[in-house]
Design a binder for this molecule. Structure first.
Ligand code: BG6
Ligand code: MG
Length: 238
């Protein structure tokens, strides 16, 4: 056992986790199916099929980057001007907003609310860090706003994940929590990379084969206890 490892085993309390930063889409709520329905509608208009498998590539990716991927799938790269692409993305977003405007709190993913409650009880600060420019509407529909001490979304950051900007900004808005004392919950590989680039702990939410770079992976929040997860994270070699 190395000296550092021995020290860590002897003094686990020297490392603290003060803040939990949540991605939104795919972590708190499954909006991927609404994004898919809207992108598929656009693809149909453009004359090609966009499958659910193709849609996987859009998770965690910004709206304009998603459009580029969609056009690549349709073999239409380089066929449209920037203004035309803006209009397409706007059209897709109008459909998407129509769909998510119907959402209710019942769509909050299983186990999320008890997990947030346990974090609160443990005195953790909680933030939301999402690439989505529709974050405000989704939080309102799900009646989740009160849980978050800070919200940073796609309208507030310049660089998208895997850049750490969104999570660094969350930590700042929580009153300057050191990044090393933050844990990020993410379903996208780019989001886990962003957490790592920010030097934060990362918990992958989803498929452990895909999210293998995260410090821990859970399939969802149902039955997950913060107390147990925290012990696992604190034991991670950093
Ligand atoms: C991310 C989603 O959270 O937000 C992506 O995982 C989406 O699929 C991105 O493209 C941007 O969302 P919006 O709502 O701004 O189009
Ligand atoms: Mg996500």
């Amino acid at each position: 056992m190395t000296f550092r490892r021995r020290m860590r085993n002897m003094e686990p309390q020297i490392t603290l986790i003060e803040a939990a930063l949540f991605d939104l889409d795919g972590v708190i709520v499954d909006t991927a199916r609404y994004h898919y329905a809207a992108w598929r509608r656009l693809a149909e208009e453009l004359g090609f099929r966009f499958t659910e498998h193709d849609n996987e590539r859009l998770k965690g990716v910004s709206r304009m980057q998603s459009l580029e991927i969609l056009l690549e799938v349709g073999g239409l790269v380089g066929r449209f001007s920037a203004a035309e692409k803006e209009r397409m993305a706007e059209r897709k977003n109008r459909w998407y907003v129509e769909y998510i405007s119907q959402m209710t709190p019942r769509e909050i993913l299983p186990g999320v609310l008890p997990f947030l409650a346990e974090l609160r009880k443990d005195g953790m600060r909680i933030a939301l860090g999402s690439a989505s420019k529709n974050t405000g509407l989704i939080l309102e529909r799900l009646q989740l706003g009160r849980w978050f001490d800070a919200v940073v979304d796609g309208t507030m950051v310049v660089r998208t994940k895997p850049d750490p900007e969104v999570f660094i900004t969350c930590a700042e808005r929580l009153g300057g929590v050191p990044p090393q004392q933050c844990v990020v919950f993410e379903d996208a590989v780019a989001g886990v990379e962003a957490a790592q680039a920010a030097q934060m702990y990362s918990v992958g939410v989803g498929d452990s084969r895909l999210l293998c770079e995260a410090d821990c992976v859970i399939t969802g929040f149902l039955g997950v206890r913060w107390r147990d997860l925290k012990m696992k994270l604190l034991a991670v070699k950093r």
